[in-house]
Design a protein around this ligand. Sequence first.
Ligand SMILES: [Zn+2]
Length: 324
Amino acid sequence: MSASPPVRTRVDRVTSASRPFIGEPLIDRCHADRDDPLANAARWADPGALLLSVGAHDEVAVLPGATPEDTVRLAPTPTSGERDDQRQLLIGVVQGRPWFITRDTPRAAAGQQIAPLRSLRLGPVAREIVWAGLAFLHWAESQPMCPSCHGTTRLTSGGPTRVCTACGREVFPRTDPAVISAVLDRQDRIALGRQPSWAPGRVSVLAGFVEAGEAAEHALVREVAEETGLRVTAARYLSSQPWPFPRSLMLGYVARAEGTISDGDHELDEARFYSRDQVRDLVAGGGLILPTPMSIARSMVDGWLDNRLPSPESGTDLSVPLSL
Ligand SMILES: [Zn+2]
């Protein structure tokens, strides 16, 4: 199978748009005074302040790019009226402008669209706004009770902290760590798999949650074995990415694995190794659908396609036991 030149160009543009994995923080989370009601009132009243309305299915208003491969821009509205500090949550200050988020049906002005956050192709600043804002929002909606006395809690004025109105306990958001890895064989091919619930052709790199009391590297070894039957021998950490659907932190690795992928008795459907040419050709022909552009999984596949991933052997050797 061979790709036609125009489509191959499209794949390459996607690749170049997604580097590097992570850079300096782009949001000021206002930690010095984010629970100061006066400071937050001033932020809400700032003429540049913005409110991002997120619908019941995590959809938002966006300004689309000129082509499907361009990044889209979030389309928040100016803040107005009195702030409800239990519903309109402070995200932080971004390039001098305070950003807030709320659960409310978004409305598209002229030239805008309503789109699901999970599938958007966003730039780095917008991604950080979404990661933080959506994580705060999901947590605020899902953890209303005090874990000590089951009393009612209230968000502090800036969040993301709740205070129990009965016993005074402070409650903070929790994050679920997960490992995600570009798993490579000795020929530098990548393992991609499809979960049974996914559409035909949709694939991703291997991933799974870290269990309680488990090292991230051990979770990686275990998950890869469970999903494919492969044995991970080395792994190098790449970067992390929040994935607030609803509250994960993806710890990204590139790993080397030995063995062959066994069919049938593992968690994934259709897991197999692909060469770079195979991925490019299958994507171009519509036979393979790569992960959403906002995901670290996509960054990993793009990095591998571009030969930008470090060698797994430059990281942790997982093939030998520690000496006692
Ligand atoms: Zn309590």
